[in-house]
Write a protein that binds this ligand. Structure first.
Ligand code: FAD
Length: 460
């Protein structure tokens, strides 16, 4: 049995960042990865989808070319296999970067599946501290014909554009793919059980975003429960999805591909029982605010704890876990030098949905503030009144800024429209510094930029 300071299971954004920080602080680290370095985020999630988002933007620019005085003869072609090749190149380059990062002399990379023998023994290694960062897997509805549907990873591997796509679920993944594939020219239908898409985002913003996608041709069937999928042809090339509306009436939609996008579940294994830690009611590994499981010294970060399934949340949790490990592990040569938050309590985590138009949020939505009975002010500003948005011919969008009464501390910002993620990132930074709307009003913003929309909201 080989002794080490820290064992990490999984080299996604949670795992590889934890390895980097722990190694730089002087710990000896063993990191297991059974598949590709970079995890879901790099190989099947954030980066591949954002490559396609860029392709989709390029296609939309071509469609709007005349707005900018650009004229060309005849239609243009878009080839999915070429977009896929570009995506693979980007992913390959970034994977190489992670390999270099994990080449640190304090890190041993084990390319194999890690199995818990007991709480502090994983495979052939033993350590006082273990970080579980095994990520998540796609969920699937228990319906007849579910095997005919594909998941987001399969969709990213297609080399031929489907003529039609039915997406089950209007969460972040469903909405991003609806936007991407409708830009590519696929006929997209989204079937969603809830009244509105994107439950984590302000319902007013979510509705406007859905309407914007409808204008681009995406069909939404809201408050509809999918009942089953069946093949229409012997080869299964066309499928029929049956769903029931809120009045109990059955409907069907035909599609070449059906994407199951009903959320993701923490990736846990039966051998985890040897670790002895408990699970939360969200089916993830139960952790406290320091990311520690119910077994001291064993931490679980990222999607596997089911708290916030976002790459940057996994990274933030990696830092919290490593900070706590450094403070409890007094290993020779270990420097307690990692800055940052020690706990998830009060951690501000913004989120974005990379549709066209983009949407993003940080902090409370108006729905949450109302439900809590909180005293708040809501200020709005619109892309259509912003000079830069007009110059960009990208005027669809709105920002909602929430604060304590009297232009007090900012409580949240939910937005949709061009570069919403960047706008919300500014608000997120301000919230980290407990900034008030009054202070935001006095911060000079570059002209002309979309960030002036925030200023306009603060001044409204
Ligand atoms: P993962 O990235 O899933 O990494 C876990 C790693 O552990 C994997 O490489 C896996 O092979 C490995 N592993 C598992 N079990 C074992 C074992 N027993 N032994 C060895 N290795 C093991 N998030 C964003 O913030 N922004 C986005 O734009 C975004 N877009 C997304 C789009 C899609 C289509 C999807 C599916 C997800 C997206 N996400 C996005 C979510 C993001 O990918 C995850 O939140 C993030 O990858 C979680 O990181 P993680 O380190 O917890 O796990």
């Amino acid at each position: 049995m080989t002794q080490t300071d820290l064992i990490i299971i999984g080299a996604g954004p949670g795992g590889y960042r934890a390895a980097e920080w722990a190694a730089k602080a002087g710990l000896s680290v063993v990191i297991f990865e059974q598949k590709h370095l970079g995890g879901t985020c790099l190989n099947e999630g954030c980066i591949p989808t954002k490559c396609y988002v860029r392709n989709a933007e390029a296609v939309e620019m071509m469609r709007q070319a005349q707005t900018f005085g650009i004229h060309y003869d005849g239609p243009f072609d878009f080839f999915l296999h070429e977009a896929r090749d570009r995506k693979e190149q980007v992913v390959g380059t970034l994977r190489q970067g992670i390999e270099t990062l994990l080449g640190h002399p304090n890190i041993t990379l084990v390319r194999a599946e890690a199995r818990f023998i007991d709480a502090h023994t994983v495979g052939d290694y033993q350590a006082k501290a273990v970080i579980v960062a095994t990520g998540s897997v796609p969920k699937c509805l228990p319906i007849e014909g579910a095997a005919l549907a594909i998941d987001s990873s399969d969709l990213l591997q297609l080399d031929r554009l489907p003529e039609s796509l039915c997406i089950v679920g209007a969460g972040v993944i469903g909405m991003e793919f609806a936007s991407i594939f409708s830009s590519f020219g696929t006929k997209v239908t989204v079937v969603e059980f809830l009244k509105e898409c994107l439950p984590a985002i302000d319902s007013d913003i979510a509705k406007r975003l859905r309407k914007a996608l409808e204008k681009r041709g995406v069909e939404f069937c809201m408050q509809c429960a999918v009942k089953g999928i069946k093949p229409l042809t012997e080869s299964g090339e066309r499928k029929e999805v049956t769903f029931e509306d809120k009045k109990g009436k059955l409907h069907t939609v035909e599609a070449e591909q059906v994407l199951m996008a009903v959320g993701r579940a923490p990736r846990v294994f039966t051998h985890f029982k040897n670790g002895g830690f408990a699970y939360s009611n969200r089916a993830g590994i139960e952790v406290d605010d320091h990311c520690q499981t119910t077994v001291p010294g064993i931490y679980a970060i990222g999607d596997v704890n089911g708290r916030q399934m976002l790459a940057h949340a996994a990274e933030a949790q990696a830092k919290i876990a490593v900070r706590n490990i450094l403070e409890t592990l007094h290993s020779p040569g270990c420097q307690l030098t990692l800055d940052g938050q020690e706990s998830m309590d009060g951690l501000i985590v913004p989120a974005a949905i990379f549709t066209n138009p983009e949407a993003a949020c940080v902090g409370k939505s108006e729905d949450q503030l109302k439900a809590e009975g909180a005293a708040y002010e809501c200020r709005k500003a619109f892309h259509r009144a912003n000079g830069k948005a007009m110059a960009m011919a990208d005027t669809e969008g709105m920002v909602k800024l929430f604060s304590e009464p009297g232009a007090g501390r900012i409580l949240g910002c939910h937005a949709y429209g061009a570069h919403s993620a960047d706008l919300v990132q500014e608000v997120s930074s301000l919230m980290c510094r407990k900034t008030t709307v009054g202070q935001l009003r006095n911060m000079v913003h570059i002209h002309p930029t979309l960030s002036e929309i925030l200023l306009a909201a603060a001044e409204s």
